[in-house]
Write a protein that binds this ligand. Structure first.
Ligand code: SAH
Length: 251
């Protein structure tokens, strides 16, 4: 009788131990999926706190957008693990997705309230466009590489940013059919400000663009249109991939 009880007890303990083991394994595997192909939410939060807020970005809308857009879904699988490090990453076609801090800085400088019409030159992966769309802006974006324009359009629409318009073409000429814009953001290195972009900017509108050498180093430049006057502010140094097409033919 006593022997039987102990046997039952042993079996009960064994069942309990295996149930706990299964539970622990389940939790572990959920954790692993989170960082392998899942939400990356902890990594994203660390990036916002450490690399974005930590480096001086204070605009609430920009911070919320950086928290919401899942950058790992904008980069190739092979580099997904580095999605939330503060670096530019390759996206194919010799192009890169910008460093998160620079995306946040450029977005903040546009001082958007969420009701604006914004033009982006250089769609790339579509990440910057998604950040602008999260803020509520009506985004039109131009990409000169056909393959990237196609994949960004598809990605943005699959992720629910289906109002973002993506056009394949040379952004040097802007998008006259959608103009005028409250804000314009150029995410490729320019050696001058394309005059047609200034024409397509509303009075009081802001344009942010890295200007300098298209091959080496640029100054992130904020231009505010005030009637016939242009107010120019130098924000910081930057290194972007070159703006190609008409930009490289000179004026
Ligand atoms: N904003 C992008 C990254 C930009 S990388 C993102 O969030 O992922 C710069 C992009 O500008 C590249 O994809 C490049 O092909 C594009 N580009 C370069 N010259 C261009 C031009 N003249 N018109 C439009 N896009 C251009």
């Amino acid at each position: 009788m006593v022997f039987l009880r102990i046997a039952y007890l042993r079996r009960g303990v064994a069942t309990m131990v295996s149930a706990i083991a299964v539970f622990v394994l389940l939790i572990l595997s959920v954790g692993l999926t989170e960082s392998a192909g899942g939400s990356f939410s902890a990594e994203r939060e660390r990036m916002v706190v450490h690399d974005i807020e930590g480096r001086g970005i204070t605009d609430e809308k920009t911070l919320a957008a950086m928290r919401n857009v899942r950058r790992h879904l904008f980069v190739p699988r092979a580099v997904r693990g580095a999605s939330y490090s503060d670096h530019a990453l390759p996206i194919g076609e010799g192009q890169t997705i910008s460093q998160p801090f620079i995306v946040a800085l450029m977005t903040e400088k546009l001082a958007l309230d969420g009701s604006e019409k914004v033009l982006e030159i250089g769609t790339g992966s579509g990440y910057q466009a998604a950040v602008l769309a999260e803020i509520g802006a009506e985004v039109s974006s131009i990409e000169i590489k056909k393959k990237l324009a196609g994949s960004a359009r598809k990605r943005l629409s699959e992720l629910g940013y289906d109002k973002v318009k993506v056009r394949y073409g040379d952004g040097y000429y802007g998008w006259p059919e959608e103009a005028p814009f409250d804000a314009i953001i150029v995410t490729a290195a320019a050696n001058h400000v394309p005059p047609l972009l200034l024409d397509q900017l509303k009075d009081g509108g802001r344009l942010i663009i890295p200007v300098g050498s298209t091959r080496y180093f640029q100054t992130l430049t904020l231009v505010t249109k005030r009637g016939e006057e242009l107010q120019v502010e130098h924000i910081s140094g930057a290194v972007f991939v070159p703006m190609v097409g008409k930009m490289l033919e000179g004026r």
